[in-house]
Ligand binder design. Structure first.
Ligand SMILES: Cc1cc2nc3c(=O)[nH]c(=O)nc-3n(C[C@H](O)[C@H](O)[C@H](O)COP(=O)(O)OP(=O)(O)OC[C@H]3O[C@@H](n4cnc5c(N)ncnc54)[C@H](O)[C@@H]3O)c2cc1C
Ligand SMILES: NC(=O)c1ccc[n+]([C@@H]2O[C@H](COP(=O)([O-])OP(=O)(O)OC[C@H]3O[C@@H](n4cnc5c(N)ncnc54)[C@H](O)[C@@H]3O)[C@@H](O)[C@H]2O)c1
Length: 463
């Protein structure tokens, strides 16, 4: 066995929280090592958030070109050059990887390329990608191994070699007929993008609606958008069996929601949730216990069941968003410096990058009802926000939940489905964090004509 190298901070997986922690402590002179088997900087910049948004933007351009006549411009009927779409994405990812390597170099944190697994508490053995082994022992160890696409035990699924988001983002040809298993975040973002790039798309979702945890008016509006884009949506559908191979021909037998059906397509994309990368990394040798679904068991300070071992991001069961993983970094950074920061009660905003976007922070109506929380509702159709008319994008609405009359005027939740909805969240989030009454947003002067101008009429609708 090679000599054990001692470090102050040892990070397994170079995802969001782990890399920021290593860069921060490395810059302060601590000895830090980050072990990464493949994706420098983790999924977000290489195979998940940023590359998917890059391709989604190409799809938006394609849809605008198709709508050219509406804007007085030549309409393009040219098929999409998927290899060029992919190459634009690859250039962006290459640039991001360079940026990450520079940050490692500047901070002094060492990036060790190889697969790591625990061999004793706080000791990780690395099988180096370049050959050979190294072994590290950390005063503190952070597990940041992320998650991967979940493949369930549906007969024929594994044998069909389905695409995950990773392969789908590397396609150099538009799939003629794309079947997507799962109507959640990945399913919907990829469905609209590939439809706009030229695929026939079918979404199969086992629940009664897509993004089934959202409010009824939200799922109805999103379903209408999908239909208008020409996407077939099968809900309440159980997949019984899959035959064939993705990339050639796949055939999916479904039951539920009426008569059994067979859906045939050329490609299959799985988007049915995530599995944490916590198997096969020796956690049992490290004293690190798991939750029933395989996430690392952590407390609200992200401390695992082993002393001085922490877990962050997807593998720790934090809500699966890069901005939440970044907050996990801030929690450990501050707590290592003697602070007392916790995950409990933090705001978890999200933006689903459909076009138009769906964004929410705080309570939905469904959650308020389930938790027995009373509220006043403000709701405004997007067509009333004049900015949407300048864009010819008037679909959608925004709504806010406000404390009941007599109990206060604080904002409990905000949802927007419309152009740049994600950009509307920060103003509401700051108002919520600061405990401001909704009237602060109602009375502010927002620039005309911007989307934020909608806050005036939205909150004026509260009696
Ligand atoms: C297609 C897609 C789109 C998304 N879009 C968004 C979005 O728009 N906005 C958003 O907020 N979130 C989005 N997410 C979610 C977001 O990407 C994740 O929540 C986030 O990347 C999780 O970060 P992490 O650090 O926990 O894990 P990761 O970023 O996955 O990092 C874990 C790293 O650990 C490495 N690793 C694992 N095991 C080992 C080992 N044994 N040895 C060495 N290295 C190892 C992996 O290679 C990986 O690089 C998206 C996810 C997907 C899949
Ligand atoms: N814009 C964003 O922030 C963004 C984008 C993409 C992904 N993400 C993150 O990544 C996570 C994973 O995304 P995801 O879309 O894989 O998961 P998800 O949990 O969002 O959706 C999965 C959906 O697939 C359905 N499903 C699962 N198995 C099925 C089956 N056999 N047949 C039919 N339907 C099935 C589920 O009912 C669910 O609705 C998300 O939860 C999110 O946190 C975020």
């Amino acid at each position: 066995m090679p000599a054990i190298e001692e470090v102050d901070l040892l990070v397994l997986g170079s995802g969001e929280a782990g890399k920021y922690l290593a860069w921060t402590l490395g810059s302060q002179g601590q000895r830090c090592a980050v072990i990464e088997r493949r994706y420098i900087g983790g999924s977000c910049p290489t195979i998940a958030c940023l590359p998917s948004k890059n391709v989604i933007h190409s799809a938006k351009v394609a849809s605008l070109l198709r709508r050219g006549a509406e804007f007085g411009l030549p309409t393009s009927a040219q098929p999409v050059d998927m290899a060029a779409v992919r190459d634009r994405k690859r250039r962006m990812v290459d640039g991001l990887i360079d940026m990450h390597q520079q940050k490692f170099a500047a901070s002094g944190a060492e990036l060790v390329m190889g697969s790591g697994k625990f061999i004793t508490p706080r000791t990780i053995e690395v099988e180096l990608n370049a050959g050979g082994m190294r072994t590290f022992h950390g005063k503190r160890v952070v597990i940041c191994t992320g998650s991967r696409a979940r493949l369930d035990e549906t007969p024929g699924l594994r044998e069909s070699h389905p695409l995950t988001h990773i392969e789908a983002l590397e396609l150099d040809q538009v799939p003629p007929q794309l079947i997507i298993l799962g109507g959640g975040y990945i399913g919907l973002e990829f469905a609209q993008a590939f439809r706009r790039l030229g695929s026939e798309v079918t979404i199969i979702e086992r629940n009664a609606t897509v993004i089934h945890r959202e409010d009824e008016d939200v799922t109805a509006a999103v379903t209408e958008l999908l239909h208008d884009e020409g996407i077939e949506v099968l809900t309440n559908a159980s997949v019984e069996r899959i035959s064939g191979t993705s990339g050639a021909q796949v055939s999916i037998e479904t039951s539920g929601n009426g008569a059994p059906r067979t859906i045939v397509g050329t490609h299959l994309l799985v988007a049915g949730g995530r599995t944490p990368n916590t198997d096969g990394i020796g956690l049992e040798l490290a004293g690190v216990k798991l939750e029933p679904h395989g996430h690392v068991r952590v407390d609200e300070r992200l401390q695992t069941t082993a002393e001085s071992v922490y877990a962050v991001g997807d593998c720790a069961g934090s809500p699966h968003f890069t901005h939440v993983a970044f907050d996990d970094f801030r929690i450990l950074r501050d707590n290592f410096a003697g602070g007392s920061r916790v995950t409990t009660g933090r705001q978890v905003p999200f933006c689903l990058f459909l076009d138009p976007e769906l964004a929410r922070v705080g309570l939905s109506e469904r959650e308020a009802r389930e938790q027995g929380i009373a509220y006043r509702l403000a709701k405004l159709p997007m067509v009333a926000v004049l900015r949407t008319r300048t864009l010819s994008e008037t679909r959608g609405f925004m709504k806010a939940l406000i404390e009941p009359q007599g109990q206060g005027d604080k904002i409990l939740g905000f949802t927007a489905f419309g152009p740049d909805a994600g950009e509307l969240l920060p103003a509401v989030q700051v108002a919520m964090s600061a405990g401001l009454p909704y009237t602060a947003l109602r009375e502010a002067i927002f620039t005309h004509p911007t989307m934020g101008e909608g806050f005036g009429p939205l909150f004026s609708s509260i009696k």
